[in-house]
Write a protein of this length. Structure first.
Lengths: 161, 176
């Protein structure tokens, strides 16, 4: 093949540069596809916190507690459910969200990790328990109870990410 | 594309094909869209290299990508290792006292004591709790499901995991 000089050092140098540039571009593309997606997924998680009182006394079921009622009714026996507070915590990894409970104790939630298997949450219900929970998005965790005003104070956490 | 074709393409791009060889290659290019695409890719990479090499200030400020990528990897590995290796009782929140003097978790209780506690709890619970129909769905000892760590300062707790309901309940028995 006329005109091609495989032994030409200039050609080799140029081709070598192009080869490694191609490798670098491919690596960057791969890192870009992994990094931002992972970062975006792990940026914040929303946790719906519901503070409610369950009671064996007859009474109404708070409409805001309908989802909680549906899930708990097969596990716990109670006659009434009253939602004291419902709020959304939007937390980044290692952020601590706090909710003051009506009995003046504090609920703390801290996302430790979010990955393909779900979120690892550290949870503290002051005076009751401290736990680390591996949950998928939408998984409901109910903590309690604490005795309060003749009923059982419970906290429901539902993360979304 | 085989090695010979690759060499020829690069030689053409670099202006190292002359005379009839060049004419032959140009004819092949006209009839082969794949070859034209390869040439275009080669031109893009060469343009990129030329831009980098022609900008001394930009070259000085160019990020060390390998270092950035390598720098991020230990943090990711550390997060995974942290979850696996976090020792029970390791502080997660700011300083506060939640039975910190008694960090024994129910995982650490002796098997006999825990079993006795569970049996007692089961009797008491029958009065106030309805046990799920599926015996496998109510676990008095977490076996690595949702609950990875639990500290109740030595108090009895019932863990109910219902994956089909997307539900986990941590229920303090002596508060009932």
């Amino acid at each position: 093949m006329s005109g091609v000089k495989p032994g030409d050092s200039l050609s080799r140098g140029r081709r070598s540069k192009r080869h490694w540039a191609g490798v670098l571009l491919a690596t960057c593309a791969l890192a870009a596809s992994l990094g931002p997606a992972r970062t975006a997924a792990a940026e914040t998680i929303e946790i719906e916190v519901t503070v409610a009182i369950l009671s064996s006394e007859p009474g109404k079921v708070d409409p805001r507690g309908k989802k909680l009622l549906e899930k708990l009714s097969s596990q716990l026996r109670f006659e009434s459910l009253k939602v004291i507070e419902q709020r959304q915590l939007v937390l980044a990894i290692d952020d601590v969200g706090e909710v003051m409970l009506p009995n003046r104790r504090v609920l703390r939630v801290k996302p430790l990790l979010v990955d393909a298997r779900g979120a690892l949450l550290a949870v503290e219900m002051e005076g009751t328990l401290e736990s680390q929970l591996r949950v998928r998005s939408g998984h409901l965790v109910v903590l309690g109870p604490q005795r309060y005003q003749g009923g059982q104070l419970v906290v429901a956490l539902e993360p979304h990410f | 594309m085989n090695e010979q074709e690759r060499l020829e393409l690069e030689a053409f791009h670099d202006g190292e094909l002359h005379g009839f060889a060049r004419l032959r290659f140009q004819r092949r290019l006209r009839g082969d869209p794949r070859l034209r695409a390869e040439l275009e890719a080669l031109e893009t990479v060469s343009r990129w290299i030329a831009e980098v090499e022609s900008a001394p200030a930009r070259r000085a400020a160019a990020p060390d990508l390998w270092r950035e990528i390598a720098g991020a990897l230990p943090a990711m590995d550390a997060q995974v290792a942290d979850e696996a290796a976090r020792p029970p009782g390791a502080p997660v929140f700011a300083a506060r006292s939640v039975g910190s003097a008694r960090l024994a978790t129910w995982f650490r209780r002796s098997g006999v004591a825990a079993a006795a506690l569970a049996a007692t709890a089961a009797v008491a619970l029958a009065v106030v709790l309805r046990m799920p129909d599926d015996p496998g769905g109510s676990e008095q000892f977490a076996s690595g499901g949702t609950v990875r760590y639990l500290d109740t300062s030595g108090r009895a707790v019932l863990v109910i995991e219902q994956p089909e309901l997307d539900l986990t309940i941590l229920w303090m028995i002596d508060e009932v």
